[in-house]
Design a binder for this molecule. Structure first.
Ligand SMILES: CC(C)(COP(=O)(O)OP(=O)(O)OC[C@H]1O[C@@H](n2cnc3c(N)ncnc32)[C@H](O)[C@@H]1OP(=O)(O)O)[C@@H](O)C(=O)NCCC(=O)NCCS
Length: 305
């Protein structure tokens, strides 16, 4: 009887709410393995909450159950990017696989369903441990999440004549210019909704928006917030976003000082400082590496056939 049931199950099938606890276990085991490679990663996950989150995403989840045993899972949310194209996105908790063969099998079975729904690309945040499995299947690295520990006593001397203060709505024209600098460096198109996004950041009580001034002129900005409980990151990780220094103010230590001030002004002790950059933005990657950051996750992408 049992054997007939197992044979009746197709090897790759849609996830069921009852799969969620086992998938949560797989995600935790995978994080524990990745942590052996990179100790900055966190494998501390509230299993019940992760299981609930996986249940909510179960309609977009597929599992490989060849031979009646769970070998892996794959989940993606289809989201529109700024150019209106649909991309299937998978975070670090959205995929698990026992071997590259299992991953390839899952992708072959699942990708056509994304394609039918109009998705053109698949984008995945993967640990360095699993990175080669993805590139072996034709995925290309596009961005990195880099981080370093930040000890409470870390102090950075301000560059000469540089001060830091909270950004104001009256700074918006120069904040927009700085935002363009980031788009240019990241190879992204200018976003018409930039000003609205910057205003929202200025008003968001959970966000710290700082500017650096050099002889009273705004020359740089940074936006930070606590990542909260995001799978793979330890608690009290400060996410650094929208970092930019005007050209004339670069290589003076302004960005380094802005980050140290963001940490100092954060209402809670900061354990990790984390940022994301396109891999093509060589200047930013060099800056983060020089700051002592290591790669925690790599974003890889592939066009869907
Ligand atoms: C990346 C950026 C924020 C760095 O700002 P900065 O104020 O010049 O950085 P710092 O002066 O604090 O740099 C500290 C160290 O990082 C390294 N570094 C910084 N920029 C670098 C670059 N373009 N190339 C190589 N190394 C660089 C250097 O080792 C530097 O020390 P040094 O000048 O004594 O050699 C700035 O270049 C910038 O605004 N770029 C465009 C926007 C952008 O890419 N933002 C980041 C998005 S993730």
């Amino acid at each position: 009887m049992e054997r007939t049931l197992k044979w009746g199950v197709p090897p790759v099938r849609r996830g069921l709410p009852s799969d969620a606890p086992a998938l949560a276990d797989r995600v935790v085991q995978q994080l524990q393995r990745s942590r052996e490679f990179e100790p900055l990663l966190s494998a501390t996950v509230r299993r019940r909450e992760l299981s609930t989150a996986l249940t909510h995403a179960i309609a977009d989840t597929w599992v490989d159950e060849s031979g009646g045993t769970l070998h892996g899972h794959l989940c993606a949310r289809l989201l529109e990017d700024s150019s209106g194209e649909l991309t299937a996105y998978s975070g670090p908790d959205a995929v698990s696989f026992e071997s590259v063969g299992v991953l390839a099998h899952l992708l072959t079975q699942v990708q056509p369903s994304w394609r039918v729904r109009g998705a053109l690309r698949h984008s995945v945040w993967t640990s360095l441990e699993d990175y080669r499995a993805w590139t072996g299947l034709g995925y290309e690295p596009v961005a990195v999440s880099l981080a370093r520990e930040w000890m409470p006593h870390t102090r950075v001397t301000p560059p000469h004549d540089v001060s830091v203060r909270p950004a104001l709505t009256s700074d918006l024209p120069v904040l927009r210019e700085l935002d363009h600098e980031i788009d240019r460096a990241q190879g992204e198109e200018f976003d018409d909704s930039a000003e609205e996004r910057l205003r929202e950041l200025l008003e968001d009580p959970e966000v710290t928006y700082l500017v650096a001034t050099l002889r009273d002129e705004v020359v740089a900005q940074v936006v930070t917030w606590d990542l909260g409980e995001l799978v793979g990151y330890p608690r009290h990780t400060l996410h650094v976003s929208d970092l930019a220094v005007r050209r004339e103010g670069r290589r003076l230590g302004v960005a380094t000082y802005l980050i140290s001030e963001s940490v100092r002004r954060h209402p809670h002790p900061v354990r990790l400082v984390e940022a994301r950059s396109r891999v093509s933005n060589a200047g930013a990657v060099a800056f983060w590496n020089r700051l002592g950051c290591r790669t925690l996750f790599v974003q890889v992408e592939r066009a869907l056939d």
